[in-house]
Design a protein around this ligand. Structure first.
Ligand code: NA7
Length: 535
């Protein structure tokens, strides 16, 4: 392959965990690569989401990258579920250890990428320059395009305003301030208890309540640290065996086959187990059978009612419009108890919707509030947002955005027909978007790197998924999710974001589980990449 100035074998978009690991593998393959990153440093999600309370819900030692045993032994997570500053340091450590920054352009936003069929080259467009490459790999993450609510007057507010995914690089002080938080998803539920600690008043604006579970975070002791380091092989083998690539795998029993006492005792034990145990380690049918799901939904509703002293307020915090786990389950640390504090108020937007944002605060149809700060925890254009914001053009100028308008069409979630040599790591219809992400990132990157190695060995310069293979994958993905209760409710899983009404309701991830996904990818590779055309 040619290697000219500003011409690379591969351009990678994004320097989060997937972009960094991909760069390491490309170097191993002897390919020249340039990584383009919008932020001023590596880290992706952990670079952008700096709000107080930000942390992952994966057990720390199941989240770290497993490809380097040396890194595993060197790195020490301080908590069971580490907070953003530590995870960002972890990402920076990877960049340092593998000397990655020399191949990354920071502060560089990709606005478009056009494929030239005659030369079989991608032109990648940024504000400053155009790069050319044979291959283009997007490593843009799942939650990269924040969305602001569509409320009249949003730009009029004169106080401090922060979106959690575009947080200040400096400390934000809530002390003696009247703070509003809009949004009670996984992010809102993390930031709200932190704000409530010092704010003069905290007013939470909630549209739909969620079923939140206690995270159960605590520090890792020295003895536990040593034990974790000894057990890494076992930890990753366990993750490889579960549907979500977490340490929690589902209970083979049905919730309908056990006595009421046994069911309740199981729920109770899982509720008190740190992490996603009640969601991912529950009876096998809690996410697929309505009756089983009703049992666990009712259990969590009772827990919420027990934790919030004012029963009328508890009612507002209890979800009735969807079943447990059919939307992303937020993990909390003292979230419900916040509502027992005198300085905290919950506004139910269903009863009193927003009228507008003003210079000094927020007006609902019932009341006018003055605030010093508004925090938008209003989520993202999940999974497909970055693709919708880049002008990606494949063969004959076909736009990826238009091609995916009715829902993404991919083969294995890694490639779309008509877009040769473009790969979407952690993209739509890929198991990674529904997983303990680093585990699936490693699978994605390694599988793709083997595909590229195969091409180098065979002397191929172009690879493109066939239309038939992509259609079959879309059908398979639809069959997988239809076996679950997920399509019953609106969420980012279903590509629903009420701030972006133009989006079509369609499932964006892969619900067949990580082991099945891995198996499918391995079968394709073993059959000389069936479903892909090479030239
Ligand atoms: P989410 O889960 O999409 O949550 C966004 C929240 O913001 C949710 O409570 C929304 O209410 C609320 N929201 C959004 N727009 C509005 C408007 N216009 N008015 C009122 N409330 C609004 O995003 P997160 O950042 O919490 O989490 C994203 C993922 O990051 C998460 O799943 C983790 O995997 C990591 P709604 O529920 O739509 O009624």
């Amino acid at each position: 392959m040619r290697n000219l100035r500003d011409m690379y074998d591969v351009v990678v978009i994004g320097a989060g965990l997937s972009g960094m690991y991909q760069l390491i593998k490309l170097r191993e393959l002897g390919l020249s690569a340039r990584v383009l990153e919008m932020g001023s440093d590596v880290g992706g999600t952990w670079y952008w989401n700096r709000y107080p309370g930000a942390r992952f819900d994966s057990e720390s030692y199941s989240y770290g990258m497993s490809f380097s045993k040396e890194l595993l032994q060197e790195w020490e997570w301080s908590e069971y579920f580490s907070a953003q500053p530590e995870t960002l340091r972890y990402c920076q450590r990877i960049a340092e250890k593998f000397d990655l920054r020399r191949d990354i352009d920071f502060n560089t936003r990709v606005t478009g990428a056009h494929y030239n069929e005659a030369s079989n080259i991608w032109q990648v467009i940024t504000a400053d320059k155009i790069l050319e490459s044979r291959f283009l790999i997007t490593a843009v993450g799942v939650f990269s395009e924040p969305t602001w609510p569509d409320i009249e007057g949003i730009n009029d507010f004169q106080g401090e305003a922060w979106h959690t995914a575009r947080w200040s690089r400096h400390r934000v002080d809530f002390c003696n301030k009247r703070v509003a938080v809009i949004g009670t998803g996984a992010t809102g539920v993390q930031v709200i208890p932190e704000v409530a600690k010092t704010a003069e008043t905290l007013t939470v604006f909630q549209r739909r309540p969620n079923y939140c579970l206690p995270l159960g975070n605590r520090p890792i002791t020295d003895e536990e640290q040593a034990d974790i380091k000894r057990r890494y092989d076992e930890i990753f083998a366990r993750c490889a065996s579960t549907a979500g690539a977490f340490l929690h795998g589902s209970d083979p029993r049905s919730a309908l086959d056990v006595s009421d006492e046994e069911r309740e005792a199981t729920f109770e034990k899982l509720y008190n187990t740190p992490g996603f145990a009640l969601w991912l380690g529950n009876f096998r049918d809690c996410g697929t059978d309505q009756k089983a799901n009703d049992f666990v939904s009712e259990f969590v509703r009772k827990k919420i009612a027990e934790r919030v002293k004012d029963s009328a307020l508890a009612e507002k915090l209890i979800p009735l419009d969807h079943g447990f786990g059919t939307r992303r389950v937020p993990m909390e640390s003292g979230y419900y108890e916040v509502y027992n504090q005198d300085n905290v108020r919950l506004i139910d937007l269903n009863a009193t919707p927003f009228r507008r944002i003003t210079r000094s605060g927020i007006e609902t149809i019932a009341e006018s509030f003055d605030f010093d700060m508004i925090i938008y925890a209003t989520g993202f254009d999940a999974i497909v947002g970055s693709f919708r914001n880049m002008d990606i053009q494949g063969r004959r100028g076909a736009k990826l955005k238009s091609y995916w308008e009715g829902g993404p069409v991919t083969y294995l979630g890694v490639q779309s027909p008509g877009f040769p040599n473009l790969f979407t790591l952690v993209g739509p219809q890929n198991a990674s978007t529904f997983c303990n992400i680093p585990r699936c990132i490693e699978q994605n990157v390694e599988w793709l790197s083997e595909l590229m190695e195969y091409m180098l060995a065979e002397g191929y310069n172009r690879v493109e998924a066939t239309q038939a293979a992509a259609e079959a994958w879309v059908e398979h993905s639809e069959q997988m999710v239809a076996m679950t209760l997920i399509p019953n409710t609106d969420s980012w899983f279903m590509n629903v974001n009420q701030n972006l009404p133009e989006k079509k309701r369609t499932f964006l991830a892969y619900a067949g589980g990580a082991p099945r996904y891995r198996e499918k990818c391995d079968e394709v590779a073993a059959a000389h990449y069936t479903g892909f055309d090479f030239a």
